[in-house]
Design a protein around this ligand. Structure first.
Ligand code: HDE
Length: 748
């Protein structure tokens, strides 16, 4: 008989009433150290405790019988080695195939079942492994184990996704990005399933299917893919003004990020933190990218959907392979319980952000992504995130959107991953032990041996509840006071739809504002029904007159005097602007890890190339040598230079900046090379820094640009060493916004 089964029967125990009593009671029945977190303990059981857990130990009994893996032989799914894998079994080499070919049947039928349903939203995504580490203990706010010890690393898996498109849709479409992080803590999995905007489109989860139906491709022809530029989306927006705030973010440059390493992540909802004393505060979670925030140019994003539909996925992968590990700092906006009502908006409303200028983001730790998945399907596709996955020390607020999400994710995952046991898949499996009375179902991996009900006496009433405790206790919901009539109503405190969109608009830099106008104009230009376009412009008149006027002008809509004299919302808690809402208002960009193309041909100045590469590498920037052909080019000094890509296969949209090194022969060839000239013109149009060393300034004329085009980002210098300082400075601007008007006049 095992240790716990010898303890007192707990069949007739009174329910626990308070933490202390529970702790005492608990110690009475289970050895005191039973629940010590033992890092080595696998999911099978409590390690130190010799109790019948729900274990896979029985599998060990088979170990002596296992065959040695001999060589790399091919087998069936049942381990039978196969002598043939290229020809089906036939009656004669030209004869009919035979029904007995079990290997053929297995191979084909497994293949036939390879696909699972894609996610109903966020189908297109890419993942990475890494770890999270807190900078200093957050015991003051939370007892969550993974937020206590600055020396401890918690493994993470992250999946960043677009929302609208199908699994094979392009990466660079205008969309919100999902930002889902699974932290495999020693107290169970904590999933922070957020987006790259701090607000959501709707206030109540019951609207989600309507919203998603509206934004997804139109039902009659499944057009458009990966786009919100169509009637049903804008129809919905026009009828649901609560969507407008997230729509502003969506129409801003945030909708077309330069890289998934350069986006912010937001938990959006207000959550609770609870410390060991049971004191709670509200919190909003932020992920701040170490690589800064930056976006693509809209035309560039569209070109990329064809030239490299996997642009973001590839960028993330390459960065990890090259050691430019994406890093995001975790930030918390802490709101003491007593401050819940001190804002002009309701902190339970997910369409409202809490301006950082009002509640600063406290940076508390860092996530580093340092390992690519080994298998896309097993990891990125099968990973199941769920806002219901929280750990002791973290709890929900009454945000009605969050509460609906707690239900929806597990529900969809049962459908998508084929049953209730998806958390046993390697990517979802927690690092902490799993013991309970849940049983069976499709694809059960665990071999359960304890009693399948509680209370029980046949397994020593094991496993049983773990009382709440100051440290490493069981999860217990924060005892928030809650009472009210059952109603289907929205709180009047959710009713203001325009103040925050206005704050967002006013906080943008001039170029960002221009892009928002362009994005509204582009999207609404694709809307066939004029009355939908008019209703959106009407909504914009409540946000800002300049914005509404500019969009209306592009759509050929005349605004009435009443629309133009509409009273605008007042500042949010007195705040007119918050630079944290802009991508660019807060200063320079990080150049490390960016890519610069050097266009060369035979006869290029080797010294020029060397100087450029040296200067770039010293900033952590990756030079890419592009030439009319693959292989090598021979410099004017007679040295071979390895080519990284052919110019026509590596368009300028794949890099952040372009340099033409010096060298008479090389330039003569490039002046006649259409792809090289196109590269220069396209990079100019996309506002990228350009460097022309020495005689390379001739390329301007060849590309149909003039020396008048010169600006802070079009750097002409007699030698590479002189060029690199201003060139790197220009790269720190990310794009040369001052060029934008001039660039519009240049033909594509
Ligand atoms: Fe989701 N969402 N969502 N969502 N969501 C899903 O779950 C849902 C919402 C988010 O990479 C689905 O497993 C409802 C807000 C991300 O696997 C589904 C509501 C935020 C991902 C679902 C919301 C998100 C999802 C589809 C309204 C940001 C991708 C597949 C209450 C805070 C996770 C799946 C991944 C995925 C439901 C609103 C983010 C259908 C009902 C708000 C990042 O269950």
């Amino acid at each position: 008989m095992t240790k716990t089964s010898a303890t007192k029967s707990s069949l007739h125990q009174a329910p626990f009433t308070d933490g202390k009593a529970a702790e005492a009671h608990y110690e009475d029945t289970v050895p005191a150290d039973a629940y010590k977190l033992s890092p080595g303990a696998g999911p099978a059981g409590p390690g130190s405790l010799k109790t019948p857990g729900n274990t896979n130990d029985k599998l060990k009994d088979m170990a002596p019988f296992r065959a040695d893996g001999d060589g790399m032989g091919l087998t069936t799914n049942l381990g039978v080695k196969m002598a043939h894998n290229q020809n089906t079994l036939k009656a004669g080499s030209r004869g009919p195939s035979l029904l007995e070919d079990f290997h053929f049947h297995e191979k084909l039928s497994h293949f036939d079942s390879e696909r699972i349903p894609e996610r109903v939203v966020h189908a297109r995504g890419t993942g990475a492994h890494g770890y999270f580490q807190v900078y200093e203990s957050l015991a003051e706010y939370t007892k969550a184990d993974f937020l206590q010890d600055p020396k401890a690393r918690t493994p993470v898996f992250i999946r960043i996704s677009t929302v609208q498109g199908f699994r094979g849709s392009p990466d660079t479409v205008r969309d919100i990005r999902g930002f889902a992080v699974k932290l495999y803590t020693r107290e169970g999995n904590f999933d922070l399933v957020g987006n790259d905007t701090p607000v959501f489109f709707i206030q109540d989860a019951i609207k989600f299917p309507d919203f998603v139906h509206a934004v997804k491709p139109e039902p009659h022809n499944e057009v458009p893919q990966g786009q919100s530029a169509h009637d049903s989306f804008w129809d919905y927006v026009s009828l649901q003004p609560e969507t407008l705030h997230n729509v502003m973010w969506h129409m801003s440059d945030r909708g077309i990020p330069r890289s998934l390493r350069m986006i912010e992540g937001f938990g959006i909802h207000t959550y609770r933190l609870v410390n060991a004393e049971g004191k709670s505060c509200f919190v909003r979670f932020h992920w701040k990218p170490i690589y800064g925030t930056s976006s693509l140019i809209w035309d560039e994003a569209q070109v990329l959907t064809g030239r490299d539909p996997d642009f973001h996925r590839r960028d993330l992968w390459q960065a990890i392979e090259e050691g430019d590990y994406p890093e995001f700092e975790l930030g918390l906006q802490i709101i003491p319980e007593e401050d819940e009502h001190k804002f002009d908006f309701d902190i339970l409303d997910a369409t409202k952000l809490i301006p950082e200028a009002l509640v600063p983001v406290k940076i508390v730790g860092k996530m580093v992504l340092n390992r690519n998945p080994d298998n896309f399907f097993a990891e990125t596709e099968q990973v199941a995130f769920c806002p219901a996955n929280i750990v002791p020390g973290i709890d929900f607020s009454d945000d009605p959107l969050l509460q609906g999400r707690v239900f929806s994710y597990v529900d969809t995952q049962r459908h998508r991953l084929g049953g209730p046991n998806f958390n046993e898949l390697p990517i979802n499996r927690p690092l902490s032990p799993v013991r309970n009375q849940q049983r069976d179902g499709r694809y059960r991996l665990q071999i359960d041996v304890t009693a399948n009900y509680e209370p029980n006496s046949i397994s020593g009433n094991w496993p049983r509840e773990v009382p709440e405790a100051k440290k490493n206790g069981g999860f217990a919901t924060y005892p928030q006071k809650s009472e009210g009539k059952k109603v289907r109503e929205r709180s009047p405190s959710f009713a203001d739809y325009f103040s925050q969109p206005r704050l967002f608009w006013l906080s943008q830099t001039k170029p960002e504002q221009r892009h928002i106008v362009d994005a509204f104009s582009f999207e609404l230009g694709k809307v066939g029904r004029p009355y939908i376009r008019e209703r959106i412009v009407e909504l914009l008149t409540h946000v800002d007159h300049d914005l509404a006027k500019a969009v209306a002008a592009n759509l050929g809509i005349a605004l009435s005097a009443e629309q133009l004299s509409r009273k605008l919302p007042k500042p949010v808690n007195g705040l007119e602007k918050d630079p944290a809402l802009s991508l660019y208002a807060q200063g320079k960009q990080v150049v490390k890890s960016r890519r610069v193309a050097l266009l060369v041909a035979d006869g290029v100045s080797g010294k020029s190339v060397e100087d450029v590469c040296k200067a770039l590498k010293s900033e952590g920037v990756h030079p890419q040598i592009l030439a009319p052909h693959m292989g090598v080019v021979v410099s004017e000094e007679g040295k071979e230079i390895m080519v990284d890509g052919a110019i026509d296969g590596t368009p300028s949209v794949l890099v952040d900046a372009v340099i033409f090194p010096d060298g008479e022969q090389s330039l003569k060839m490039l002046e006649k090379n259409g792809a090289a000239k196109y590269c220069l013109r396209q990079a100019y149009k996309h506002l990228k820094p350009l460097g022309l060393v020495g005689e390379a300034k001739r390329m301007l004329k060849a590309a149909g640009l003039s020396e008048d085009s010169q600006d802070a980002g079009l750097v002409l210098e007699s030698d590479a060493q002189k060029l690199m300082k201003p060139f790197i400075e220009a790269m720190k601007q990310h794009r040369i916004w001052a060029r934008e008007d001039k660039a519009k006049d240049v033909a594509a």
